[in-house]
Design a protein around this ligand. Structure first.
Ligand SMILES: [Zn+2]
Length: 701
């Protein structure tokens, strides 16, 4: 116990020293690092960023033209001359080059200070994406690849994986089917494109205005009622139940149950008339398509590319959590019901679905209130960023060096090189674009600029990323102070930067974010835990007015209690959405007469608080289009994130443990999608996956 405490103390002290030593250093010239990179046969050259709309257009057009020409070469080649390298690996390289151009243009689209530049970049991004969609359906290319596949080449490891995946894509696109069946598949796909667009348009166009008086809206904050468009000239208020923040203002605050009930009905019957039958048709067509392509259900077709691999695994995962949360969920329902009973003076009051948000908010206010604002003083921008850098450098055995950028897309953007701490090998480059600008992307994200690429001559071109954030700029008398939420987001997004920097797969398709959709967020979600740990926070967070003051342990504990107070209700609701999605998409016969609304409502009723039978949540559930049979993925990755975090927590230096960090770097980041991700996760965990750490995180005892 003592030795662990001592070690943490020394670690913290060492980190603080390192921090002082590093922040004042002037940027080094890129050339000095390029010379170092040369020793490792590594190329460390950032791309030049287009300076005019014409340059953007030319870059996009050249990327498509060059790719087409190169693909034509493969399609035309005499099959006897085909090899893995000049066929499949070459396709992968061609696609990766286009992706790099698309990524760079995508960055300009979201961050360039000039509107014409952003608009042109946006136009060219659409052009490249439309071109990319046609790739899977290029029959001449498919025939060339198939001819090579028919030679049954002896391949292993990453090459074999690439081979299997490319052929699987063609099979999934229907290219292996006889002509008549293939035409049928294409017809269903086209119909689905139309139907799903109609469903989404209906969602977007649905309106549900409620005109209410001040008396009816008792409890709703005045700041909301005074907001533009809400207050009407006649003194009444128009609230739109299709606008989420309007809906939240009413459902969380309106004291009158009859008003909350009206609001709930208005929201949960949006698009009911138009989308109920449309959804039944969509589900039937998807099932039909899955069957034609040789899958038992649409969910099996969709999950084939994910970690779950099949619908049964996804379903079992969700049911496991439903059961794990049962006790907590029941207890929370009882707490909220008791609040309602006390509030209404009716001892036998029942908790209705329109009561959940209202009493959850009441509970949070009355028993779990934490002033998150007071935490800001502990997170001034500069030391927070420097502190985060030191932590990532430590756990992943890296050094970050500020480099003078040869050129950027905007004023104030800085550049850093990432090197291995032991070997000094330069591994990657990342930019920081941290403060808001007119027209700039307004969230926080990691943008890929280029993936790490192994050239045919064996040299490695390092990956390049940009962290794009919108922190409050500093004022004359106060530094930029971050909210605890923002610090959490910073740790999350920088985790994505690390994932990109440390990828080392052979083929572009497998690089870093090539991992399955239900895994890609997990490592970053895991790193969010760092900012909830006092030992970690104490390495950098300190009151900017008096740096001897650290974040009080009570405040962190109170925040954690607030986080888990109603996690049972919240996650059972999330599970009900995931299960609704999977239930609809595991239908085994295409049946347009299926009552999709009744089926959905029965799932919601079993897993969450029962909705009235005449409401139709599923008619307004936009995720069913584009995120179909994928909703479970959010909890799947979060569960793996907590599972992985538990390995750090159990290690000697907990979240600062270098040995575990190194294992994450080697087994998860470096591997990317170059092998089955389940294998990578198990190698990191040292055991099979478990949902227990996630349940513990949610407050289940
Ligand atoms: Zn993320």
């Amino acid at each position: 116990m003592t030795s662990r405490l001592l070690r943490s103390f020394f670690t913290a002290a060492a980190l603080i020293l390192a921090l002082r030593a590093n922040t004042s250093a002037a940027p080094v010239p890129l050339a000095s690092l390029e010379a170092q990179a040369e020793k490792f046969r590594t190329v460390l050259t950032p791309p030049s960023y287009e300076r005019t709309p014409d340059e953007i257009r030319a870059a996009a057009e050249a990327a498509i033209r060059d790719a087409e020409a190169a693909l034509d070469q493969i399609a035309k080649r005499d099959p006897a001359q085909a090899t893995f390298d000049n066929t499949l690996a070459e396709v992968d390289r061609i696609v990766a080059r286009v992706r790099n151009t698309a990524n760079r243009i995508g960055l300009l689209q979201e961050t360039h200070p000039d509107k014409t530049m952003r608009d042109t970049a946006s136009e060219m991004s659409v052009k490249i994406s439309s071109w990319a969609i046609t790739l899977d359906y290029r029959e001449d290319l498919y025939r060339a690849i198939k001819a090579f596949a028919d030679t049954r080449p002896a391949l292993t490891g990453e090459d074999k994986l690439l081979f299997d995946e490319i052929l699987r894509d063609y099979r999934r696109a229907g290219l292996e089917l006889p002509a008549a069946q293939r035409a049928e598949v294409e017809r269903i796909r086209k119909e689905l494109t139309q139907l799903t667009t109609d469903y989404s348009n209906n969602v977007n166009q649905a309106r549900a205005p409620l005109d209410l008086t001040a008396e009816e809206l008792d409890g709703v904050p005045a700041s909301f009622l005074e907001s533009p468009g809400v207050k009407q000239p006649d003194g009444t208020y128009r609230v739109m139940m299709n606008i989420t923040w309007h809906w939240q203002a009413v459902i969380e605050n309106a004291k009158r149950e009859d008003i909350r009930r009206r609001a709930y009905y208005a929201r949960h019957t949006l698009a009911k008339d138009v989308n109920s039958t449309l959804l039944a048709r969509i589900i039937a067509r998807r099932t039909e398509l899955a069957l034609k392509l040789g899958y038992p259900t649409w969910a099996d077709y969709q999950t084939e590319l994910r970690m779950t691999k099949n619908a049964a695994t996804a379903l079992a995962f969700e049911e496991d959590l439903v059961a794990g949360l049962q006790k907590k969920f029941t207890a929370e329902v009882a707490t909220l019901r008791a609040l309602k009973a006390a509030d209404t003076g009716k001892p036998d009051a029942t908790l209705e679905p329109w009561d959940v948000n209202f009493y959850t908010e009441k509970l949070k206010r009355e028993r779990y209130s934490v002033d998150a604002e007071q935490l800001r003083a502990y997170f001034p921008y500069e030391p927070t960023l420097a502190g985060m850098f030191r932590i990532y450098e430590k756990i992943f055995s890296l050094t970050f060096t500020e480099v003078a950028p040869p050129q950027t897309w905007a004023e104030g953007v800085t550049l850093f090189a990432v090197s291995d701490r032991t070997t000094q090998e330069p591994l990657g480059l990342f930019y920081l674009d941290m403060f808001p600008r007119e027209g700039k992307y307004n969230h926080f994200a990691c943008f890929t600029i280029t993936e790490g690429t192994r050239r045919p001559d064996g040299r490695f071109e390092v990956p390049i990323a940009s962290l794009v954030c919108n922190f409050p700029p500093p004022s004359a008398d106060k530094p930029s102070l971050l909210q605890h939420d923002d610090v959490e987001t910073l740790f999350h997004e920088f985790g994505h930067v690390m994932h990109l920097m440390l990828g080392r797969s052979k083929h572009g398709r497998h690089y870093a974010f090539g991992v399955p959709q239900d895994f890609v967020e997990a490592p970053s979600q895991m790193l969010e835990n760092w900012v909830w740990d006092k030992t970690v926070l104490d390495t950098f967070a300190a009151d900017y007015r008096d740096p001897s003051k650290k974040v009080p342990a009570e405040v962190i504990d109170a925040l954690k209690r607030a986080r888990t107070a109603t996690s049972g209700m919240f996650y059972r609701r999330q599970l009900s959405f995931g299960l609704l999605d999977l239930t609809l998409h595991t239908q085994t016969v295409p049946d347009e007469k299926l009552d999709v609304i009744a089926l959905s409502n029965s799932v919601l009723a079993r897993v969450s608080v029962a909705p009235p039978p005449d409401t139709a949540f599923a008619a307004y559930f936009g995720h069913l289009m584009g995120y179909d049979a994928a909703y479970y993925g959010y909890l799947w990755s979060l569960s793996i994130a907590q599972d992985m975090a538990s390995v750090f927590e159990a290690s000697p230096d907990r979240f600062l443990d270098e040995k575990i960090g190194r294992r994450l770097r080697d087994e998860v980041y470096a591997a990317g999608a170059s092998r089955d991700v389940t294998v990578s996760v198990e190698k990191f965990l040292g055991r099979k996956q478990s949902t227990q750490p996630f349940l513990k995180f949610l407050g289940v005892e």
